[in-house]
Design a protein around this ligand. Structure first.
Ligand code: AMP
Ligand code: TRP
Length: 336
């Protein structure tokens, strides 16, 4: 074993092809490599910073769990669980909050983006978000954290917080977690506008492929995807963002280098390329969607797997939290 991996995904919405290629598929590859102990968490407490809809929170939590299981996360080999089921995260979060200077949090670009103009009206949770993220990782003393590009700054902060704790208490307790930014498809773009990220917040459902889409819907979305009138397909994100995005998706799903696929498609008309792409997306995604539907038809089974995952996660996190409490000098409760 090379170390322990921790990563998290928010249940703010269902899963689309961008999440699958940018995050989930990497989690499966890391699990299957057998080189790491893998801990994967559905971070509902992070989602609560922006999602205030209990029904959606419950449905999304199960949908994300189903997407992870259907994509190949094996709940025996990996630990898969829901953040709010393991209180050690928020307990450690408080301790870490007491060694994190406000100046560090003020630099976080995600807070600035999400708070927007109304800084005064933004909730404390949104500001403290990266401290909870550090607690997620450090509660397991994880060594490696697979994330998308957008999480680099939060990971840097997690390392700084780990270092601050160690220095303040004169210990060498927390390892500094390493970010792992993997894969070629780190930014899958919208099907309607190749300069915008594929995102659940886009009002048009035609802009994305959802993991729950059936084959007809997938075929339709790709047929309608924005294209250009240049003959042949090649990579040129500046001048041909849509062609470049679809080419990247094709290569990522085919698990082949982009340059190799590009050489093959240089003279293929856009419409013929779309037909091939639709076939490939359906071949790779339809079995996952079908499995997701089966899993979601039995929510009690998902809940049971998640409960088992939380037990295994807590068995690692509780002794680490106890050691942290000892290091900071909290008087242990004695049993009477
Ligand atoms: P989010 O949907 O923003 O909560 O992100 C969940 C995970 O999916 C994160 O690891 C993101 O980096 C990744 N992700 C989200 N959208 C995309 C996208 N369009 N392309 C690649 N990765 C993405
Ligand atoms: N902030 C991450 C995101 O939006 C999700 C996350 C929460 C996370 N805790 C984590 C990722 C710990 C890695 C490790 O994608």
């Amino acid at each position: 074993m090379h170390g322990r991996i921790f990563s998290g995904i928010q249940p703010t919405h269902g899963i689309h092809l961008g999440n699958y290629l940018g995050a989930i598929r990497n989690w499966v590859v890391l699990q299957d490599s057998g080189a790491y102990e893998c801990i994967y968490c559905i971070v509902d407490q992070h989602a609560l910073t922006t999602l205030h809809d209990p029904g959606a929170m419950r449905a999304n939590t199960r949908e994300v769990a189903a997407a992870l299981l259907a994509s190949g996360i094996d709940p025996e080999r990996s630990i898969l669980f829901v953040q709010s089921h393991v209180p050690a995260h928020t307990q450690l979060y408080w301790v870490l909050g007491c060694v994190t200077p406000l100046g560090w949090l003020n630099r976080m670009t995600q807070f600035k983006e999400k708070a927007g103009k109304d800084r005064e009206g933004a909730p404390l949770g949104l500001y403290a978000y990266p401290v909870l993220q550090a607690a997620d990782i450090l509660a397991y003393r994880a060594t490696h954290v697979p994330v998308g590009e957008d999480q680099k700054q939060h990971l840097e902060l997690s390392r700084d917080i780990a270092g601050a704790f160690n220095r303040k208490f004169g210990v060498d307790y927390f390892p500094l977690p390493e970010p792992m930014i993997l894969g070629e498809a780190t930014r899958v773009m919208s099907l309607r506008d190749g300069t915008k990220k594929m995102s659940k917040s886009d009002p048009s459902d035609m802009s994305r492929i959802n993991l729950t889409d059936d084959p007809d819907t997938i075929a339709l979305k790709i047929r309608r995807a924005k294209s250009d009138s240049i003959l042949g397909i090649w990579y040129d994100p500046e001048n041909r963002p849509e062609a470049s995005n679809l080419l990247t998706i094709y290569a990522a799903l085919a698990e082949r280098p982009r340059a190799e696929v590009e050489a093959e498609l240089r003279e293929t008309p856009f419409s013929a390329f779309k037909t091939r792409l639709a076939e490939l997306v359906i071949e790779k995604i339809a079995p996952i969607s079908a499995r997701m539907r089966e899993l979601l038809a039995e929510p009690a089974e998902i809940d049971r797997l998640l409960a088992r995952g939380a037990e295994r996660a807590a068995a690692i996190a509780i002794p680490i939290l106890e050691e942290v409490y000892r290091i900071v000098g909290f008087l242990p409760p004695v049993s009477r």
